[in-house]
Ligand binder design. Structure first.
Ligand code: ADP
Ligand code: ASP
Ligand code: MG
Length: 816
């Protein structure tokens, strides 16, 4: 004999009820089935919220009832074709609704809801659903009988969270089932009655419990909980996308996970099955072939000490402190007693020594009441200032790691807390039982997604690290980067265990986002349909996502974007920038960003600031971290100036060559920025700073090769005119180099704390001499490379190489 329970999620629509019928049909060979059903999806909430809305006069009885009827009618119309049966159900539905209306009228008149009435109201969900489903089963030719659980399950006077009298209940169930021949017995879940035949209910999620009570009474072969997910997962699959079903788990572990919020099974359900050693299967109604989870006393050997992570929301921490050094005896006793007497459920406890302070987690809904009763109990001590009035903090969450084998493994709590710490999740309180089946921490609600996902990554994901990317500036370079990421995604996952997800990007004040990662195949079309945004709203969005391993990628040259880096870093969001503005701004700003990156333990990387995709800064930082010292740096760092001086000779004027460089996109739209050396100065400044020198942009000696006229030109046009006018001067520069068999190169140098930039005649044989096209070169002379420098050379400009430099930085953030 089997007991099957179908939850609200499995009976939300005619289509899903048809799946339920299929499952029952497929099982018909294997003997008698007791089927327990919940209310249709959403109905219990609607009944309760409706009650509140009527009490608050926010909604009318007619409206609430109409909504309830509508939900049922939609299902009935699609599920039941037989007219006669349909009418029978309609009649039943309207008769029940009339009763419900009477109850609603009653509470509306009195303006008060007693637990007794609440239980009656909330029982309608299961009474209606079981009636409708039983008629559908009959129409499917099954031999079925419906039995009202209120006649079987007898409980105490606690109307909304009733405790079962197993002696009478077991007897009732056994007698009824043994005297009944039907193949299927259908029972509404959740509802029970007390010995006065008044309706009670078993607590939210209680249909699971109904099924377990019946399974235990009948010593059933198995108990199957059918729901909308394929088992009990390593974490709530709605929040942790990488969560996986747990194949087998012990009763105790399942109980702990359920107790700490894995509501896929109502935690009291497990105990009756455990006592009788009845295996519990959690299965998916919509994917019935999936294995699901087996809860058993002898789960197969799974070496993982941590089985799952769960969480409970809406937690309030109450803290009672005795400021005096000596503890007041009996404080804890009085606190617990008061909570018990006031029916306040305790979810979490920590206590520091000598009863100096005690900290308890309760439901948010109980917060005010608790403050009132505790402050009253300790009124005298509070007036004598021996005890402080109760401190309450609402809106928190308990996160718990669960696993029976944790106690025999060292370092799990260490790993848990360091993972949370690394991801900047502030821990408000910690509890770990001596049996160590669970380790729990209280954190802010805001951090829940980040906390669950990073813990899951740490304990379950074979070291697959998800990096969440937020891009600003999707122009030429950005598009290339997106393309490269798309191409490399599976390689990174398979070979480096890195899962890259672009969550959001911004182009020309339009923002495209997707919490699950943007589909990179057709992002252009998606962007065209996306929403308007400002830099601030974009930042707020990234902040709101509050994801672990978040990286903001700046592919603009915009000062306003650079000005937001500190805000990103302070929110534990890493920054990868090809924008040079921040690193070449004041030393104070540069140092602040470096400091914030360290303080919040998030990467701030800007490899592409110098030499585009060339590993210049990474090489420098590797030299320094391995203990080398930089003696000097010599470099050619401007792709545009290289292009200009490589092609400039006595057959073409300097003016023409600059124009050509601009037309071919090798210079900025305003070529003065390249020609006056500012861009090169910024680059050598960054290298000098990264070498450990405190230096400002103004400290760099700029030996400009431009004439006074060029330098004072007011506009781009004027500048070009001045280049034309000074043609002879530029020709002389070329000729002078040529006669000495030298090449003209724009060189940046750094030595002994001083940096300079300027045009140089480079003799044959020098590493700079043969530099081609837009190539860059950087020579590091160090203590370990005193004579023969370490050289980094290659294309130093271009969208593709810049994108790959950014890509490399993103990968570095993942490896950090
Ligand atoms: P039913 O209506 O079938 O009783 P519930 O909504 O009560 O379904 O429970 C199923 C839901 O439990 C899932 O849809 C999922 O969102 C949630 N859930 C929370 N934690 C877990 C977990 N660890 N494993 C599986 N589901 C979980
Ligand atoms: N319908 C009830 C609830 O939503 C019982 C259940 O579904 O298990 O809490
Ligand atoms: Mg449930």
């Amino acid at each position: 004999m089997k007991v099957l329970k179908f939850g609200g999620t499995s009976v939300g629509s005619a289509k899903s009820i048809k799946s339920v019928i299929d499952i029952i049909n497929n099982n018909s060979e294997s003997g008698k089935q007791i089927v327990v059903v919940s209310a249709f999806s959403g109905i219990t909430n609607l009944l309760l919220d409706g009650t509140q809305a009527i009490l608050d006069k926010e909604n009318t009885i007619e409206d609430i009832c109409a909504e309830i009827v509508d939900i049922h009618l939609v299902v009935i119309k699609e599920l039941i074709e037989d007219k006669k049966v349909k009418n029978k159900i309609f009649k039943f539905l309207h008769a029940e609704l009339d009763k419900l209306k009477q109850l609603y009228k009653g509470i509306s008149l009195i303006g008060e809801l007693t637990p007794k009435t609440e239980a009656k109201i909330v029982s309608f969900g299961e009474l209606l659903s079981s009636f409708i489903i039983s008629e559908a089963l009959v129409l499917n030719g099954l031999s079925i009988v419906r039995k009202d659980a209120r006649q079987l399950i007898i409980a105490n006077q606690n109307y909304t969270n009733a405790s079962v009298d197993f002696k009478i209940t077991n007897k009732n169930i056994q007698e009824f089932v043994s005297s009944n021949d039907a193949d299927v017995i259908l029972v509404p879940g959740f509802v029970a009655s007390n010995k006065h035949k008044e309706t009670t209910v078993l607590g939210r999620g209680g249909s699971d419990y109904t099924a377990a009570i019946i399974a235990a009474a009948l010593n059933a072969d198995s108990l199957e909980i059918w729901t909308d997910v394929s088992g009990m997962y390593t974490a709530n699959p709605k929040i942790v996308k990488q969560a996986k079903p747990i194949e087998q788990i012990s009763y105790h572990e399942a109980m702990e996970l359920a107790h700490f919020g894995a509501r896929v099974i109502f935690s009291p359900t497990i105990h009756p099955a455990f006592i009788r050693q009845i295996p519990i299967y959690i299965k998916n109604t919509f994917q019935s072939q999936n294995r699901g989870t087996l809860i058993t006393d002898r789960p197969n050997i799974n070496p993982d000490p941590v089985k799952g992570i769960s969480h409970i929301e809406n937690i309030t921490l109450i803290t009672l402190e005795a400021p005096g050094k000596i503890g007041i005896p009996g404080v804890s006793k009085r606190v617990f007693e008061t909570l018990f007497l006031n029916n306040i459920h305790i979810k979490f406890v920590t206590q520091s020594s000598s009863e100096h302070s005690i900290c308890i987690g309760i439901d948010d809904n109980d917060a005010e009441k608790t403050k009132e009763v505790i402050d009253t109990v300790f009124e005298l001590e509070i007036s004598k200032e021996q005890i402080n009035p109760l401190i309450i903090e609402k809106g928190l969450v308990i996160v718990a790691l669960v696993g029976e084998k944790m106690k025999s493994h060292q370092g799990i709590s260490g790993k848990m807390f360091s993972t949370l710490g690394r991801n900047n999740v502030n821990i408000r309180a910690i509890a770990q039982g001596a049996s160590e089946k669970n380790i729990s921490a209280v954190i802010a609600k805001n951090d829940i997604k980040k906390a669950l996902n990073s813990l899951h990554e740490e304990f379950f994901e074979d070291n697959i690290k998800q990096v969440n990317i937020f891009i600003t500036g999707v122009g030429n370079v950005g598009s290339k980067l997106i393309h490269q990421i798309e191409q490399q995604k599976s390689y990174l996952k398979n070979n480096l265990s890195i899962n890259l997800r672009i969550k959001l990007f911004l182009r020309s004040r339009t923002m495209l986002f997707n919490e699950n990662g943007i589909d990179l195949k057709n992002w252009q079309e998606q962007l065209a349909k996306s929403v308007k945004a400002s830099l601030t709203s974009y930042f707020n969005m990234v902040k709101q996502f509050n994801l672990r391993n978040s990286v903001f990628v700046d592919i603009t040259a915009n000062a306003d974007v650079a000005n937001l880096y500190q805000d990103y870093l302070k929110n534990s969001i890493g920054v990868v920038a090809c924008n040079k503005i921040a690193c070449s701004a004041s030393l104070e700003k540069y140092k602040e960003l470096k400091y914030l990156s360290k303080k919040y333990n998030v990467p701030f990387l800007f490899e592409t600031n110098v030499g585009a995709g060339l590993p210049v800064i990474d090489t420098l930082s590797n030299l320094i971290t391995s203990g080398d010292k930089i003696n000097s740096i010599q470099a050619v760092l401007s792709g545009s100036l290289n292009f200009i001086f490589n092609y400039f000779n006595n057959e073409v004027s300097f003016y023409d060559i600059v124009k050509q460089a601009q037309e071919e996109g090798y210079t900025e739209p305003d070529p003065r920025i390249d020609l006056n050396g500012v861009d090169v100065a910024r680059k050598i400044l960054i290298l000098a700073r990264e070498s450990g020198n405190e230096i400002e942009l103004e400290d760099i000696v700029n030996n400009s090769f431009l004439t006074e006229k060029n330098l004072t030109a007011d506009s781009v046009d004027d500048f070009y005119e001045s280049l034309k006018a000074d043609g002879e001067y530029f020709l002389q520069l070329y000729k002078s180099a040529k006669t000495k068999n030298c090449q003209l190169k724009y060189v940046a140098e750094f030595s002994k704390g001083k940096a300079s930039i300027g045009l140089k005649e480079i003799p044959e044989g020098h590493p700079f001499y043969n530099l081609k096209g837009k190539d860059n070169i950087v020579m590091f002379y160090t203590e370990r490379y005193p004579e023969q420098p370490m050289i980094v050379k290659g294309a130093g400009a271009g969208a593709d190489v810049t994108a790959s430099g950014l890509f490399a930085d993103i990968i570095r953030t993942a490896n950090k």
